[in-house]
Ligand binder design. Sequence first.
Ligand SMILES: Cc1ncc(COP(=O)(O)O)c(CN[C@@H]2CONC2=O)c1O
Length: 406
Amino acid sequence: CVSFDVQKIREDFPILKRKVNGHSLVYLDNAATSQKPQAVIDCMVDYYSNYNANIHRGVHTLSQEATDAYEVARKKIQNHFGITHPEEVIFTSGTTHAINLVANGFSSFLKKGDEVLVSAMEHHSNIVPWQMLCERTGATLKVIPMNETGELVMEDFEKLLSESTKLVFVNHVSNALGTINPIEEIIIKAHKVGAAVLIDGAQSCAHIKPNLNALDVDFYVTSAHKMCGPTGVGMLYGKKEWLEKLPPYQGGGEMIKEVTFEKTTYAGLPHKFEAGTPNIAGGIAFGAAIDYLNEIGFKEITAYEDGLLSYATLELLKIEGLKIYGTSKNKTSVISFNLDGIHPYDVGTIVDKLGIAVRTGHHCAQPIMDYYKIPGTVRASFSFYNTKEEVDKLVEAVKRAKMMLS
Ligand SMILES: Cc1ncc(COP(=O)(O)O)c(CN[C@@H]2CONC2=O)c1O
C-alpha cells in the first residue's frame, strides 16, 4: 500500500537497529512476542518518571493521575475491541491468566455429564486450565479435530455439539500454523445448543481488530505483548452477565467491598477480578500500543503482512525438501516449516548465527505436532515492520542450513 512506508515505521522500533552475531537483526519471532515502538517505551518511562503511584484509593494528586491514566487505557481497550461497557474489560497479566480466571470461575457451574469442546490446534494455555476444570468437576473434555491443511473439521464440530455442551474454547488464530478459525460460525452454532464460547485472541490481535459486541462472543482474551505492548499485561473481555455470575479468581485488596473476620463482600466489576496492585505501567502502555497500531491502521497492517506471507511462502517453497505446515487460504503471517530429515532446532541455531530470530519447537502446541507426527517446526512469524529483504535473508539462511545439515 502506498500509504505504508515500512522504512519509516522501522524507525519507530529502536531494537531493529541491533546487530546479532555481527549481522543486522532479522526478527521473525513475532508470534512469541512483538517488538515495541518508541511510543510504548516512552509511555512506560513517562509513568515511572512523572506520575508513578498506586491506583484507585489514593487521594493525592499522583495517585489520581495514575488512576486516570489506567482507566483511560481501559477505555481505549474497550473502544478498540468494540466492547459495550468498560467494566467488561478486566486487566490480567496476559492470556494465560485470563483463561485460568474463566476456567476457575466455571468450577461451580459444571458437573459430571457436562461437556466442554476444545480445538485440536490450541496453545497449552487454552488446554491445560480446561483439563484441570474437568478434573475438578467431572465434566468431559472433547476435541474438535483438525485436518492436514491445519483447519478445523467443522462437520465434526457440529457432530460434537449437543445439549451437554456447556463451553467451547478455540483460538482465533493458531500461533503454530497461522490458521484463522471461523469463530463467527463457531459462536453461532455453540450458542444454538446453549454453550458459552471463549476465544483465545493472543495470536490474532496483532493482525485483526475484532468487534467483540458484533461477534456476540462470551469471553475473549489476549496479551498486550503480542500487539506491540509490554509483557505482563493482557485483557479478559467477558459479557457483563457472565462476569457478574463468575466468582472472584483471587482474593485480596481492591476486589473487596467490606472485610470482616465474619464475612467479606466483594467489589463490583471490574475490580472483583483485579485483586492486588496491577501492572500499572503495563496497562497504560497497553493503551499506547493500541493507539500506535490504530494510527497505522489494521487494514494497512493486514494487507502488508498478507503480502509478506505470500512472498515468503512462495520463496520458501522453492527450496527442495521444505514442507510447510498450515496451508489454509485463511491465515495470518505465520509460517511453520521443516526441512526433510533435518531437526528444526538445528535450522534455528544456524539461522541465528546469521542474525535471524525464528522459533523452533512445539510452540506450546504439542497436540498439533503429534497430529503431524513431527517433533516440532521452524516457525517464522512476520509483522508489519518486517521487509521482503528480510524474507530473502531468511530464505538464503535456510538454504545454507540445508547445505550444512544435509
Ligand atoms: C494462541 C496463544 N494462546 C495463548 C498464549 C499464551 O499467552 P501468554 O504467554 O501471553 O499468556 C499464546 C502465547 N504465544 C506463545 C508465546 O511464545 N510463543 C508463542 O507462540 C498464544 O500464542
